[in-house]
Design a protein around this ligand. Sequence first.
Ligand SMILES: Cc1cc2nc3c(=O)[nH]c(=O)nc-3n(C[C@H](O)[C@H](O)[C@H](O)COP(=O)(O)OP(=O)(O)OC[C@H]3O[C@@H](n4cnc5c(N)ncnc54)[C@H](O)[C@@H]3O)c2cc1C
Length: 391
Amino acid sequence: MFPPLGSDILQPEHPEPAASCDVAIIGTGPAGSTAARLLAAGGARVLLIDKAALPRYKTCGGGVLGRAYRRLPDAAHGAVEREFRTIALNFLDGGPTLSATRQDALVHMTMRPELDHRLALAARDAGAELVESCPIRRITEHADGVTLESDTRSFHARFVIGADGIHSAVAKAGGWSELPHLAPALEWEVTVAPEDFARIRNDARFDFGVIEAGYAWVFPKHDHLSVGILSITPRYRDLQKRLEEYLARLALGTVVKVERHGWMIPLAPRREPLARGRILLVGDAAGLVDPITAEGISNSLLSGQLAAAALLESRFDPASAARRYLGLLRPAILNELRAARLLYQHPRLRNWAFRRHGQRLADFVADIALGDRGYCETLLNPASYLKLLRK
Ligand SMILES: Cc1cc2nc3c(=O)[nH]c(=O)nc-3n(C[C@H](O)[C@H](O)[C@H](O)COP(=O)(O)OP(=O)(O)OC[C@H]3O[C@@H](n4cnc5c(N)ncnc54)[C@H](O)[C@@H]3O)c2cc1C
């Protein structure tokens, strides 16, 4: 469908001949696999590359909000272990206990190894070539393509999508500056005695007042609890202590096993435009997590979708592909994140608003989770903001 790669690309010295493709996507998270699936379905020659062998663990609550679930291909639905139509928002420092219920599930509980594996296989089934256990170490852009190298292999691509998470090698090679706001977070996989699990397994809860600026959560899975905490304060030191206190407070009963994991959540996008030359950034590599909910799967799926659309629509012309991607990202994601940050930069205001207008705001969170409402529409429109906070 597309003309072959130019023949004058620099050839690195590798014994194996370099594989060539239209798009090489680095990272098999939700962003990368979505882009790969849609590009392959659109007729592009796609390589989907990950440093890990799949399935691989990913530090994440695995909570797929309703708005993200709608973007999953059918093949990924089997990863859902539980569904919750009700979420609880508790202010454990003497504030209200709120809940919101909807007809549709507000959050679908998954374990990321299973979800991500299914997404990668869906991309492969659409025609992408899946390359596992292949950490990309060097990326060199040329006039008519990009060379990617691992220790043992090399690839030539007309375009590269960086879907390789917060420490993105692609973003570094492309000259982007560091992600401006990384929030530390812990995720512990906790197994409790069956009689305790039976007592706790029915509530998906978000708890405030556990940490100065941030929140904690319990996401019940098929046979255990994913319990986590995040601080929006970069380099917050006492996160583990806060999570231990939170676990004690939850009175989980007999804890049989705890697997401890920690990672960081990018709460603000990179400062420069998220496409340059032949490189596009998506998902966490771009910094597209919702700063209010700290939920990243929705925008990972969406940005992967937008990157694929931009490349296909521009027929792989570098200048128009970058322009098109940025044009799609702005209204769909970047403006939303900007509006959300108005609230997120004022956690005290948020807490005050929850105390004073609790149920209305819990319903607002439920609407956001389902994608029935957006931040721009709500916060930048004074009439709807006043309506939200009206007594
Ligand atoms: C503790 C915690 C809890 C969270 N809970 C939730 C939640 O419940 N719901 C939610 O929506 N979001 C949650 N998030 C955020 C969510 O996990 C991320 O936003 C999401 O995983 C981003 O997806 P992605 O596709 O951009 O990249 P990732 O899922 O980070 O995938 C990146 C991939 O790139 C690969 N890679 C990296 N470097 C290279 C390289 N050099 N070469 C080859 N491959 C490479 C990695 O192996 C990995 O597979 C949480 C985050 C944390 C830290």
